[in-house]
Ligand binder design. Sequence first.
Ligand code: GDP
Ligand code: MN
Length: 393
Amino acid sequence: MNLHEYQAKNLYRKYDIPTTKGKLLTHPSQLDDILRTIGKDRWVIKAQVHSGGRGKAGGVVLVDSKHEANEEVRRLLGSRLVTNQTTKEGQPINSIYIEEPSDIVQQIYLAFIVDRTSQRIMIITSSEGGMEIEEVAEKAPEKILRNPINPIVGIMPAQCRQICDDLGLDKTLSAQMIDLMQKIYKMFVENDLSLVEINPLVVTKQGYLICLDGKVQVDNSALYRQTKMNEIRDESQEDARELKAEKLDLNYVSLDGNIGCMVNGAGLAMATMDLIQTYGGEPANFLDVGGSVNEKRVIEAFGIILSDEKVDGILVNIFGGIVRCDIIAAGIISAVEAMNIHIPIVVRLEGTNAKEGLELIKNSTVSVYEEHDLNKAAQKIIELTQQKEQGAN
Ligand code: GDP
Ligand code: MN
């Protein structure tokens, strides 16, 4: 789960991590009060969406007057922000964070992530933070430093000092940086985070280190014990279908293609998507209905897949181990009948009672194609969806 920048900054404050003073706005009528409370005569207006790249997309703006602040707030609030990290529909802007501006001398990149390869929390830093960090990573990868934290001893002062030296920080900034990194580590572990990315962490003209941005992710598997995080989850920022699937306990990820997939088991789902790609198709989703799939779940899964308008056809690939294929087949038949499905469906059943399942489909009135061979099944659904597209043109 992602936090908004303002939520991340609230969390920073709890750990005494230096960040900017700001206020959240959810309605333009709050603007005057907020500007007065912050004071100053310049402000930073920041759209609160679950995406980076806001600066380049016009979602972060510096304003010099109340009039300008008002214009920017009205432009942003209620609209959608499209960045290079969002879909083309963008993310809804339902709130705006307004901050006092900082005088920036240097922008540092600082992130803590869970690194799968080393199985450790990794500190990633760069002396060249800011909006061009992707370009730095691509053109000058040696400027991105990686330091794993030993989980037994935790973050060590000597290690922090080394990072400061590598970043070229002077003595006073190093002292602040060492303190900062230790606090972030504590916050990371105590809140079951999977990512903290501060870009930029700035050095101000006054000689202070301040976290200007905050991208924080909480490990979804820990939400059962991070109940406070659960309470501040903003579902408006999440993919509606993924959210619905999560509530139904289905493992679903939206993708860009037009072939819906319904598969049991994550490995088989990956293999199915690979096959579709191999034969020139594009999957519309990843969907693992799980090992305990039954008729009801098949119907729910069809509902989720079909709520995606991009879907031109569905490939069902079920391997019956504990599950019985005839029960799945019955689920498919009732789903197609009840939902009045018109798009082509190819079903591949294998394993327990596969023969009985295919028999059921064959004897039903629904027009579902059954295909025993997985390669052929993938080719068949691609062929059928292409025919459908040609027919539409
Ligand atoms: P992102 O583009 O989504 O990562 O949003 P950020 O919060 O990082 O803001 C984008 C950029 O705006 C930053 O990289 C800074 O260069 C700039 N910025 C943000 N806040 C301030 C500020 O207080 N003063 C100045 N001068 N620039 C700022
Ligand atoms: Mn940023």
